[in-house]
Design a protein around this ligand. Structure first.
Ligand SMILES: C[S@@+](CC[C@H](N)C(=O)[O-])C[C@H]1O[C@@H](n2cnc3c(N)ncnc32)[C@H](O)[C@@H]1O
Length: 352
């Protein structure tokens, strides 16, 4: 529905209604209308029927956690440079890991981006017990439900592109699942596997089944992102990307310094500031660990004064490799910094 402030209704059901301030809109008055038809409430407020775009839907649906806003989600999908191939080509499976699921806003944008890689799913049995109780044919009904479930499970295994999304809060995951199911009859829902638990549990259990890296992309939108880099990097295929979304540039800095300190095989490809004030596509930042000249000069002078012997022990040399690093951290263009979030994009290095 569109008015000055668009309203997203729940799926339309004859007896349901949309509550408005001192007014209401009956689903029955909307059902059967064409897109762009107008209608009015009992109190003569006018509305126009529309189909929400995915951007409107993710920005306006009721939420219990802050989503990545649609224009930032679109920029993230673009930065990932997803190129899923159509069914019939025998390319490797495209697996994308996302934590946390949150509102499911980015999940839905990702699921749309990979949609064309998968064939149409067979009908999903709602719940096995529902399928059994709605069919009064006794045993035959159970068979139909079992066959449906079997076909759907086989289809899930055959998917060529999947979003593996994880949240540690069950209520967030369930809310996101419902939101995603309600968008255009769940057309993108089937491209997603939802997980509740920890990143460690998910990645470690996958790698214990097969140690071969399986992820083409990983996205982290949660606190303390840097603490998951080492583990997630193990699951990334060579040249796969790890993208993090953080509210502050200092969190990207922490990730960059941690990667260097831990020797994690990741290369920082890009840092981009996103947000309404920045404009479409984001503003690129220059974030690099550097050793300021003053530090290097002082070290050289100390060496000349005969202090080099101190650094002859392996420990001292190692220590010196960690000392004196600072981060260059500035917008690549423009002067003012305002609002929005920051994206860091790392690429998994090839390890011989
Ligand atoms: C900001 S929200 C993510 C929003 C999401 N990207 C979207 O577009 O809707 C962060 C989510 O991360 C989850 N989270 C926080 N810490 C986590 C952890 N250690 N492991 C998994 N999920 C976590 C939270 O429960 C929350 O749902």
């Amino acid at each position: 529905m569109a008015s000055l402030k668009p309203i997203i209704t729940l799926p339309l059901r004859p007896r349901d209604e949309v509550k408005l301030a001192h007014d209401k809109l009956f689903h029955n008055d909307i059902i059967g209308r064409r897109i762009r038809d107008t209608l009015s409430t009992r109190k003569r407020r006018a509305f126009r029927v529309t189909d929400p775009t995915l951007a409107e839907y993710t920005d306006l649906t009721p939420r219990i956690v802050t989503p990545i806003y649609s224009q930032d989600a679109a920029a993230i999908v673009s930065l990932l440079d997803l190129n899923p191939t159509v069914p019939g080509t025998d390319d490797e499976k495209l697996e994308i890991f996302e934590a946390g699921t949150g509102h499911g806003a980015l999940t839905l944008h990702l699921a749309r981006a990979i949609h064309a890689a998968n064939t149409a799913p067979p009908p999903k049995p709602e719940k096995q017990s529902d399928a059994q109780t709605t069919d009064s044919q006794g045993e035959a009904g159970t068979d139909v439900a079992d066959q449906q479930l079997e076909a759907y499970t086989a289809w899930l295994k055959s998917r060529r592109a999947i979003i593996q999304t994880l949240d540690n809060r069950r209520e967030h995951s369930e809310h996101a699942q419902n939101t995603i199911k309600n968008y255009r009859n769940g057309m993108y829902y089937h491209n997603i596997d939802f997980h509740v638990g920890t990143i460690e549990q998910y990645i470690s259990s996958r790698l214990s089944k097969s140690p071969t890296p399986f992820l083409s992309h990983a996205i982290l939108d949660l606190p303390d992102t840097h603490t998951y880099f080492k583990l997630v990097a193990k699951a990334l295929k060579p040249n796969a990307s790890l993208l993090v979304f953080c509210p502050s540039i200092t969190q990207i800095n922490t990730c960059a310094l941690d990667v260097r300190k831990n020797g994690t095989p990741l290369f920082l490809e890009k840092v981009v500031e996103l947000g309404a004030a920045i404009g479409v596509g984001g503003r690129e930042w220059d974030v690099r660990p550097v050793r300021p000249r003053a530090f290097l000069k002082a070290r050289a002078e100390a060496a000349e004064r005969g202090q080099a012997a101190v650094e002859d022990s392996a420990e001292a040399v190692e220590q010196s490799e960690e000392d004196g690093w600072e981060l260059v951290c500035r917008p690549k263009v423009g002067q003012r910094i305002s609002g929005g979030g920051f994206v860091g994009l790392w690429k998994k290095m090839f390890i011989e």
